[in-house]
Design a protein around this ligand. Structure first.
Ligand code: ZN
Ligand code: ZN
Length: 182
């Protein structure tokens, strides 16, 4: 299972590497690779009225990359505010199932909530959202368990409550999916 983590221009290689360290704990058998400053944010993703970026357009970029390099999943990590039409914002989006996922650091930073910057908190949140979106790409749906990583985050509080790992039910589902992909 090949998973590439693609950063957009302003996302540091350090953040990407630290996210991958967290992902390795959840997906120990996967082959990860970090590609910093690789993911283009298409200019047409920007919505002037909302001052936000349509995540689906960025997801399509990640998908093209996954196709080109024969990846199981391409996870894009961007730093801009993402939305989909039905929601005020999203922390990330993924094809479900599919090969592409994207998350943004924008609303995961404590500064966004008028708190002092804290890289440990930021990375912890990034890992949870990264596992969540990769889980979707591998075929998992949302889970009712508020501590499960597949729980839907309506707000940053949900992200902070949930853990980096799958609950037993989701774990068994993902094990089955991963066995089929081996
Ligand atoms: Zn989700
Ligand atoms: Zn679950």
């Amino acid at each position: 299972m090949k998973i590439y983590v693609l950063g957009s221009k302003l996302v540091s290689e350090y953040i990407l590497e630290t996210i991958v360290e967290g992902l390795r704990n959840v997906f120990p058998k996967a082959n990860f690779r970090v590609e910093a400053k690789t993911l283009e944010i298409p200019s047409q993703a920007f919505n002037q009225d909302r001052q936000q970026f349509l995540s689906t357009t960025i997801l399509a970029e990640a998908h093209r990359y996954a196709e080109k390099y024969g990846l199981t999943v391409a996870l894009g990590v961007v730093d801009v505010d993402l939305y989909v039409p039905q929601l005020n914002f999203v922390f990330g989006e993924a094809e479900c199932p599919g090969k592409a996922a994207v998350i943004s650091t924008f609303r995961l930073r404590p500064e966004f909530y008028n708190r002092p910057p804290n890289e440990t908190v930021l990375i912890e949140r990034c890992i949870k959202e990264a596992v969540h979106e990769i889980g979707h790409a591998l075929g998992l749906r949302h889970c009712d368990n508020p501590f499960c990583v597949m729980h839907f985050s309506n707000s940053i509080y949900d992200t902070d409550v949930k853990q980096k790992f799958f609950c037993t039910k989701c774990y068994l589902t993902i094990e089955k999916i991963l066995k089929e992909k081996e």
